[in-house]
Design a protein around this ligand. Structure first.
Ligand SMILES: [Zn+2]
Ligand SMILES: [Zn+2]
Length: 277
């Protein structure tokens, strides 16, 4: 079985599939079946998976990149369907959190209560809350918590842990995944609230300096990013010489267009695409 990655849910989709504001990525890697995030609503994930002939019943790993509603909406069903799967996330994903836009009512963007309940009922032996970089199966790693070093990067939105704007939400639970392939490493992001420069810097610190990067796929959360940040991102990505970049989900149309204009090998991701490794 060849290793492959399929986007099941994204903000955009191929004809015949459903799209939503959310992300779910399916990975087959060395005989292991992994679901990285699981979308927002009930409709898109299971409909698209069926159209794509991806059974979501014998998963080995169910991973949550971070605790936002648009990445965790089907976790209750998935945990029921996959009692033997290993669940991985950062412990802060369980926090109650808000998006507080100036002209809008406070908006809860946490994992939904019924999903948290299902997670609490899932077997403790199968649940892994991690903060450090962890190899979950040979060659496949989760970043753990990502240090925030890059000057131009922030979490990408008005995120708070309270509705009085006293406690900023640093999204410390934001993790990405990387896997080793013959052509270099492939990096998969959820929303990348840590920032892509911080994320790739953190991963590269764990690898020999000559390690190539063959793929970057996922949400880069540049939807509200200013020009300084987008320029810094473009410069950094160009220095990495990544074979293929597929920004997805919350990257934002403006940032997507600028990345495609100024970086080589940037493509558009959507539900339905499969990449072979
Ligand atoms: Zn998201
Ligand atoms: Zn998010």
């Amino acid at each position: 079985m060849k290793n492959c990655i399929t986007v099941i849910v994204d903000n955009k989709s191929q004809i015949g599939l459903k799209n939503e504001h959310g992300l779910a990525i399916y990975i087959e890697y060395n005989g292991q079946r992994i679901l990285f995030d699981n979308g927002q609503n009930k409709e898109a994930l299971f409909y698209n998976a069926e159209q794509l002939n991806i059974p979501l019943t014998n998963l080995d790993f169910i991973i949550l990149s971070h605790g936002h509603y648009d990445h965790s909406g089907n976790l209750d069903t998935l945990l029921k369907l996959n009692p033997n799967a290993h669940f991985y996330a950062h412990p802060d994903c369980l926090q109650t959190r808000y998006s507080l836009h100036p002209n809008k009512a406070p908006h809860t963007i946490s994992i939904k209560p019924n999903i948290l309940m299902a997670l609490s009922e899932f077997a403790d032996t199968q649940k892994h809350f991690i903060t450090n970089a962890t190899e979950i199966t040979p060659g496949m790693w989760l970043t753990g918590q990502i240090p925030r070093i890059a000057a131009d990067e922030d979490t990408g939105g008005p995120f708070f842990l309270d509705t009085d704007k006293k406690q900023p939400d640093l999204l410390n639970d934001d993790m990405s995944l990387w896997l080793h392939t013959e052509d270099g490493i492939a990096v998969i992001c959820g929303c990348c609230h840590s920032g892509i420069i911080n994320t790739l810097t953190h991963i590269k610190q764990r690898l020999p300096s000559e390690t190539k990067m063959t793929l970057l796929l996922g949400g880069l959360h540049l939807v509200h990013a200013n020009k300084t940040r987008i320029d810094a991102t473009i410069d950094y990505l160009n220095q990495q010489h990544i074979d293929n970049i597929y920004p997805a989900h919350c990257t934002g149309d403006n940032a997507q267009a600028l990345l495609q204009q100024h970086c080589a090998n940037v493509h558009s991701a959507k539900a339905g695409i499969t990449l072979f490794l």
